[in-house]
Design a protein around this ligand. Structure first.
Ligand code: FAD
Ligand code: SF4
Ligand code: SF4
Length: 451
């Protein structure tokens, strides 16, 4: 039978890329994209579309690639997504559109994400976006992550005056401070932000909403407020020694690297020069952290309490991390961080774990194996165990939150009149595409309710 493997885009070689922060995946050439697009069966009932959270008309845009009409392909994608260059790169495609692709049952699924990225990177975009005349209404958006950006985009097109308030000195949320340059070049995010600014969106950075400016005050000035403040607070294990010098949260490491350029030689806020680092966790955050530290010349381990099969990170990141000689310590968990007399990290006591039967949600549990505690040596430990919502913005309001601290919404509306919310602050840590869609839905509601 004829081979029907997907066309793989070229990547920087592992030997080269562990010495730089440039993008790893180099993207399709025209020829490669055409070849991959030609594998698509153009299904009448395309399962892939159902797998995409925003239902991009995948066969149609792939067909436009085949017809060498990238502008049309871009137009089709843009009907459903305002950040295709981002989502083509970072969506967990293997759990979404590509998982559902019919080709995947007998051979490789179509590389939908890579094709989407190809279109976004190569189409000469018609930036003449139609903007309705000013409708006299004003909306404040708190947070400039994907939910805030996509909400702003939809509103400004309708003629709203939109102001985004961002606590950090750069806009973009996790796209800017979390996901490293080698996965998502910052130029792409900056271009998206500049596009919004050119459309008239006012982005005010270094403004923490919550204390000096409260939601109640914003409500007086604006017709509606959208909260897209994400879930940026790190979680810790609460084990002995976690307060030692050399223990960090992944957020801190990634923020220093991405936002404060700590990887550059002349950085004024460099990262501790460790010899051996253990990153604890198995999601995208853990993978981004461990691969960033590797690029700083540190011997890096990823420690995860379940097995490889349960690693929640994107498949491509796991493959790339392995190629980069990251050491995977699976089915292992820290129980204590060991320190010297000056409270510097010198190692960890860790325990071996075993998987237990899956629970109702289908996820396998884990338990410690008796008498398996042993010591590992290291001088840095980074906790990448997930995040929780930060309530700074809402602390002086009486907005309803649930037992996990997430904002409760009905159709994107919070318990306070004219205040809407979406993205990680509502769902907990999720994905770029879901945050973006939540921002879009909230914009639709704001448009409906402020007429
Ligand atoms: P965020 O992107 O978190 O943006 C919230 C913004 O609000 C931030 O800029 C914050 O500074 C600002 N803010 C917070 N409080 C205030 C305040 N009081 N006043 C003003 N501004 C405030 N998803 C994927 O789909 N694929 C991936 O590969 C992927 N990798 C990831 C890697 C990392 C390291 C991380 C952390 C997350 C990753 N995610 C990934 C998840 C994804 O990035 C998030 O789900 C998404 O960014 C959530 O968007 P958001 O708009 O809700 O919030
Ligand atoms: Fe697939 Fe994400 Fe693109 Fe949807 S947005 S088609 S899930 S890569
Ligand atoms: Fe093409 Fe796969 Fe979608 Fe069918 S399911 S239209 S083969 S991408």
């Amino acid at each position: 039978m004829k081979e029907d493997k997907k066309v793989k885009a070229k990547v920087q070689s592992p030997e080269l890329r562990i010495k730089n922060f440039d993008e790893v995946n180099l993207g399709y050439t025209d020829e490669e994209a055409l070849k991959e697009a030609s594998r698509c069966l153009q299904c009448q009932n395309p399962r892939c579309v159902k797998g995409c959270p925003v239902n991009i008309q995948i066969p149609n845009f792939i067909n436009a690639i085949k017809e060498n009409n990238l502008e049309e392909a871009y137009r089709i994608i843009s009907l459903s997504s305002s950040l295709p260059a981002v989502c083509g790169r970072v969506c967990p495609q293997e759990k979404q559109c590509e998982k559902m692709c019919i080709k995947g049952f007998k051979s490789d699924a179509i590389a939908i994400g890579s094709l989407e990225r190809y279109v976004a990177d190569n189409a000469s975009k018609n930036d003449s976006i139609k903007i309705n005349p000013n409708n006299g209404k004003k909306v404040a958006i708190i947070g400039s992550g994907p939910s805030g950006l996509s909400c702003a985009f939809e509103l400004v097109k309708e003629g709203f005056k939109v102001t985004i308030y961002e606590v950090l000195h750069k806009a973009g949320g996790v796209l800017t401070y979390g996901i490293p340059e080698f996965r998502l070049p910052k130029k792409i995010v900056e271009d998206e932000i500049n596009k919004l600014k050119n459309l008239g969106v006012d982005i005010k950075t270094n403004v923490p909403i919550g204390n000096a400016i409260t939601i109640d005050e914003l409500k007086k000035e604006y017709d509606a407020v959208f909260l897209g403040t994400g879930a940026g607070l790190p979680k810790f294990m609460n084990i002995k020694g976690e307060d030692a010098n050399g223990v960090f949260s992944a957020n801190e490491i990634l923020t220093r690297i991405n936002l404060m350029n700590a990887y550059k030689k002349d950085s004024k806020t460099p990262i501790k020069k460790a010899k051996v680092a253990y990153v604890i966790g198995g999601g995208n955050v853990a993978m981004d952290t461990v691969r960033s530290l590797k690029r700083l010349g540190i011997k890096t381990h990823l420690m995860y309490r379940r097995s490889e099969e349960e690693l929640p990170a994107r498949k491509e990141e796991i493959e790339h991390a392995k190629e980069e000689d990251i050491i995977f310590d699976l089915l292992t968990n820290p129980v204590e961080i060991l320190t010297d007399d000056d409270n510097n990290v010198i190692g960890m006591n860790v325990v071996n774990m075993e998987l237990t039967e899956p629970s109702e949600d289908g996820r396998r549990g884990v338990k410690e194996i008796e008498n398996s505690i042993h010591k590992v040596e290291c001088d840095m430990v980074v906790m990448a165990l997930g995040t929780r919502p930060n309530h700074e913005a809402i602390k002086k309001s009486n907005i309803n939150i649930d037992e996990k601290g997430l904002i409760v919404v009905e159709d994107t509306k919070t318990s306070i009149d004219n205040v809407y919310a979406g993205g990680d602050i509502v769902t907990g840590a999720a994905t770029v595409i879901l945050a973006m869609e939540a921002g879009r839905k909230a914009a639709t509601k704001i448009i409906e309710n402020t007429k």
